[in-house]
Design a protein around this ligand. Structure first.
Ligand code: BDR
Ligand code: CA
Length: 313
């Protein structure tokens, strides 16, 4: 089993749901080898996303995993954060101690390049769950990177409606120019957008199942999700918020939970639909597919997996 593990770099902006994605990866060592966490500005500013990544690793007793600090703002646009969803720390809902582990020296963009280029070709998966700034910068800095990476499995975009504007999902909206670089890179992409993550709703029974595990990690996870639930449950008038980012890790652990198909995805970078992912679902444009777009999941199986893996930490 060990030789089939996905070797991943998780590029994230924690964020409660990014934090749960980290924990799901750590709870799944048979399927996932987490090589490094690279952090980017997104849900909250960079000084908090890198701090939060270290807090979550220490919570799980995994201070051995390197955390790198990445880009502090998008390529072109000014940074727009989302404290209105995640709270001012990004991890509101739980009070975690200041981490003792240090950041690893070096920039996240260089770390991505060094890890991928040092590994055998097509063995490293990049897992972005925030704006795509670090990934785009790495692709721009190292021309061989795109041919060397195995694939990119990302949370972002939507076939349908956005969540920041009617057109755009947050991660793509914040850095649409980076998203365009990534989607035009030629790297095989799996896109988990709002169409599928809005099926991963943390309703009361699912939340209580996590809380009932009773461990420090599970209690913290429940606190994070409970806070995260408030904003989206009200906004979408649903029973529980979509747990976006852990879908990326779950798709690697058990792709049979998800369904989708190869499509061409074009990124809007300007105007009122800035950040929109134009998904050619019913191929009308005769363009070569550049992503497998996921649109369906079995949410019960996803939450059963997540709960079981959190129980291991
Ligand atoms: C995405 O944006 C952030 O709020 C979440 O962490 C997730 O990555 C959802 O649009
Ligand atoms: Ca995120």
């Amino acid at each position: 089993m060990a030789q089939d593990r996905h070797r991943i770099i998780l590029d994230c902006d924690p964020g409660q749901d990014d934090a749960i994605a980290i924990l799901l990866a750590l709870g799944s060592p048979d399927e996932i080898e987490l090589l490094a966490i690279t952090t980017v500005a997104g849900n909250v500013p960079l000084r908090l996303t890198e701090l939060n990544a270290r807090k979550i690793l220490e919570l799980a007793g995994r201070a051995d995993i390197p955390v790198y600090k990445g880009c502090h703002r998008p390529l072109v646009e000014p940074l727009e954060t989302a404290e209105y969803v995640h709270g001012e720390t990004g991890l509101n809902g739980v009070d975690l101690p200041e981490p003792r582990m240090k950041l690893t020296e070096g920039h996240a963009v260089d770390a991505i390049i060094e890890i991928v280029m040092a590994a055998p070709a097509a063995t490293i998966t990049l897992c972005p769950t925030g704006p795509l700034t670090n990934i785009a910068m790495a692709l721009l800095k190292e021309p061989e990177l795109a041919a060397r990476v195995k694939d990119i499995v990302l949370m972002g975009g939507a076939i349908g409606l956005g969540n920041v504007t009617p057109a755009a999902e947050f991660n793509i909206y914040v850095d649409p120019h980076a998203a365009r670089v990534v989607f035009e890179s030629g790297v095989p992409i799996t896109m988990l957008g709002l169409d599928v993550t809005h099926q991963a709703l943390v309703n009361r029974p699912r939340l209580e199942a996590i809380r009932a595990l009773g461990t420090p990690v599970a209690s913290a996870a429940a606190g994070l999700v409970d806070f995260f639930n408030r904003f989206d449950s009200d906004r979408y008038e649903v029973d529980g918020a979509p747990l976006h980012d852990p879908c990326v890790i779950a798709q690697l652990i058990d792709p049979t939970i998800f369904k989708g198909k190869p499509c061409h995805v074009a990124i809007e970078t300007e105007g009122g639909s800035k950040g929109r992912t134009n998904v050619d679902w019913f191929p009308r444009e005769q363009r070569v597919a550049n992503a497998t777009v996921i649109n369906e999941m079995d949410a019960d199986r996803f939450f059963a997996l997540l709960t079981e893996r959190l129980a291991r930490l």
